[in-house]
Design a protein around this ligand. Structure first.
Ligand SMILES: [Zn+2]
Length: 456
C-alpha cells in the first residue's frame, strides 16, 4: 500500500465491525463513488482490518488554540479560566490567515490520527490582523480541512460583548465581533458552499435579543445546527441568575432555543432541572473532558445524564491534547475520582463499546452529517484498530474496553474518511513537511506569548 496517497477503498473486509445493530463478525463493507456505505455482506480472510469502528465526529474545536499547548503552566501565569482567557486573546491577536491555516492543518492531522474523522469548528476568529472583515480567516480553516481530508462543519460564531455588562475588549472587538446580527448574517452567507452551522459564543457574550435572532438564523440554514458554550464556569451561571433570574440553559429555553438542533457545549455547571430540560427537549450535549480538566472547569455529572438517556458527544475544544480515546477515558475517570466507584458509565457491554458508540452517535448530530455509524447510506468514515497485545480478538467488547483503558493513537492502524485513507500506513508524506513548518510557527508563537507573560 505504501506510496499510494489517499487510497480510495471500494470494499473493506474485517473480522469485527461495530454497526448500528451491534458487532458483526466476518464482514465486507461496500463503498460507492461518493464515499458512502452501500452494503455489509459476509466476508472472508485475508482481512483488511481486524476491528473496524465508526470514525469519531469531533463536536467542538477551536483549531488555533493548539498553539497554547504548554504555555501558561508556570505559577501565577494563568491560574483561573479568566486569566487563561487573557493569554488566549494574546495568541488570537498574533494569528493571521497563514498562521490559522497552518495551525488548523496540524490540528486536523492530529484529529485524524486519533480517530476523529469529522469536526465542528466553532469559529470566532473572524477578522484579519488588520481588523478588516472578510472571509480570509474562515477560508484558511476550509483549506486546512481540504488539505487533510477531514470532514468539516464550519460553525461561525456570533460575538457582541465582553460580558454581561462589559464592553468588548480590544482583541474581541477587532477580531471576533460583528457590529450587528445582520452584518454577521452577511458574513456567514459569503461562506456559501461550505457546510455550515451557526453559533453564538455564550450567554455572556451575546444578549438575549441577539440570541433569539442568531438562533432563528441558524434554523434557516442547512441542517439548522445551533452551537453555544453554556454553564462552563460557575461565575457565568451566577451572573446569569443575577442578570436574568435563571441559569443559562433555562434562559435559552425561554428563548425557544433548547431544541434537537441545540449543541450545548460543556453544561458543566447546569443544575439538575436544566440537565433534565436538555434530555426532555432532545438537545445534544457536547462534553470536552480534556479541556474541562485543563481549564479546571469542573466535572459534569455524566452518570445521571446518561441514565436519563441524554444525547452527548465529545469535542477537543482547546486542542491542547488531541486524542479521541483519551477524551472518553477522562470522561469515565472524572466520574471515578468524584464518586469513589469504578466503571460508572458502563453498561452490559462494558465501557469501551458504550462510550465510543454513544459519542459517535451524538457527535454525528453535532457535525450534521450521516456519520458516526456503520450502515448503508452513511459515509464510510472508519477507524481500524490493530494492536496484537492490547486487542486479542476473543471478544470485541473486551477489546474496546482494553482500547479505552490502555489504548492510544498507536492502537489505530488506519483512518478513512468517505472510504479514503487519511491517516495510517500508506498515507502520503506531505504531513511530515507540514509538521516541521508548524513546529517553527509553534515556537515563534510560544516565544511571543511567554515573553508577554514575563512583561506582564
Ligand atoms: Zn469552546
Amino acid at each position: 500500500m505504501s506510496g499510494t496517497p489517499h487510497l480510495k477503498l471500494r470494499r473493506l473486509s474485517c473480522r469485527y465491525v461495530l454497526t448500528s445493530r451491534g458487532w458483526l463478525r466476518d464482514q465486507s463493507i461496500g463503498i460507492d463513488e461518493t464515499g458512502r456505505i452501500t452494503d455489509l455482506i459476509p466476508g472472508q480472510p485475508p482481512w483488511d482490518g481486524f476491528i473496524v469502528i465508526p470514525g469519531m465526529p469531533n463536536a467542538h474545536s477551536h483549531a488555533f488554540q493548539r498553539a497554547l499547548t504548554g504555555v501558561g503552566e508556570r505559577v501565577a501565569d494563568a491560574q483561573s479560566f479568566w486569566s487563561w482567557r487573557s493569554l488566549m486573546y494574546r495568541l488570537a491577536a498574533s494569528i493571521g490567515p497563514e498562521e490559522m491555516e497552518l495551525l488548523a492543518t496540524l490540528a486536523c492531522f492530529d484529529m485524524l490520527r486519533s480517530g476523529f474523522t469529522s469536526v465542528a469548528e466553532f469559529f470566532y476568529l473572524h477578522h484579519g490582523p488588520d481588523g478588516r472583515s472578510g472571509v480570509a480567516m474562515a477560508q484558511a480553516v476550509v483549506r486546512a480541512a481540504d488539505r487533510t481530508g477531514i470532514r468539516l462543519r464550519l460553525v461561525p460564531v456570533y460575538y457582541e460583548r465582553g460580558g454581561f455588562e462589559e464592553a468588548l475588549d480590544p482583541v474581541q472587538k477587532k477580531r471576533f465581533a460583528h457590529a450587528t446580527v445582520e452584518a454577521f448574517e452577511d458574513y456567514v452567507r459569503a461562506l456559501d458552499g461550505v457546510p455550515l452551522g451557526v453559533g453564538a459564543h455564550s450567554i455572556r457574550a451575546v444578549s438575549p435579543s441577539s440570541l433569539e435572532r442568531v438562533g432563528a438564523f441558524a434554523e434557516s440554514l442547512g441542517e439548522g445546527l445551533f452551537h453555544i458554550h453554556v454553564a462552563e464556569q460557575e461565575r457565568e451561571v451566577e451572573q446569569s441568575h443575577r442578570a436574568y433570574g435563571v441559569g443559562p440553559i433555562r434562559l435559552l429555553d425561554q428563548l425557544g432555543l433548547v431544541t434537537p438542533h441545540l449543541q450545548a457545549v460543556h453544561g458543566t455547571h447546569a443544575d439538575p432541572e436544566e440537565r433534565r430540560l436538555l434530555v426532555e427537549r432532545g438537545a445534544n450535549l457536547v462534553l470536552c473532558p480534556i479541556t474541562e480538566a485543563y481549564l479546571a472547569d469542573g466535572i459534569f455529572p455524566a452518570v445521571e445524564y446518561l441514565a436519563q438517556g441524554g444525547s452527548w458527544a465529545v469535542g477537543t475544544d482547546a486542542n491542547v491534547a488531541i486524542d479521541a480515546i483519551s477524551e472518553l477515558r477522562l470522561l469515565e475517570y472524572g466520574q471515578r475520582l468524584s464518586s469513589g466507584r469504578r466503571s460508572n458509565l458502563a453498561d452490559r457491554s462494558g465501557i469501551g463499546t458504550r462510550l465510543w458508540q454513544g459519542a459517535a452517535l451524538g457527535g454525528a448530530r453535532a457535525v450534521g452529517f450521516p456519520v458516526g455509524v456503520i450502515e448503508s447510506g452513511a459515509y464510510a468514515d472508519l477507524v481500524m484498530l490493530e494492536d496484537p497485545c492490547l486487542l486479542t480478538g476473543g471478544d470485541p467488547d473486551l477489546d474496546l474496553d482494553a482500547f479505552l483503558i490502555g489504548g492510544s493513537c498507536a492502537t489505530i492502524a488506519r483512518v478513512y474518511v468517505g472510504g479514503t485513507l487519511r491517516s495510517g500506513s500508506g498515507r502520503s508524506t506531505d504531513e511530515a513537511v507540514l509538521r516541521t513548518e508548524a513546529g517553527h510557527l509553534m515556537a515563534r508563537l510560544r516565544e511571543r506569548m511567554v515573553s508577554r507573560i514575563g512583561s506582564g
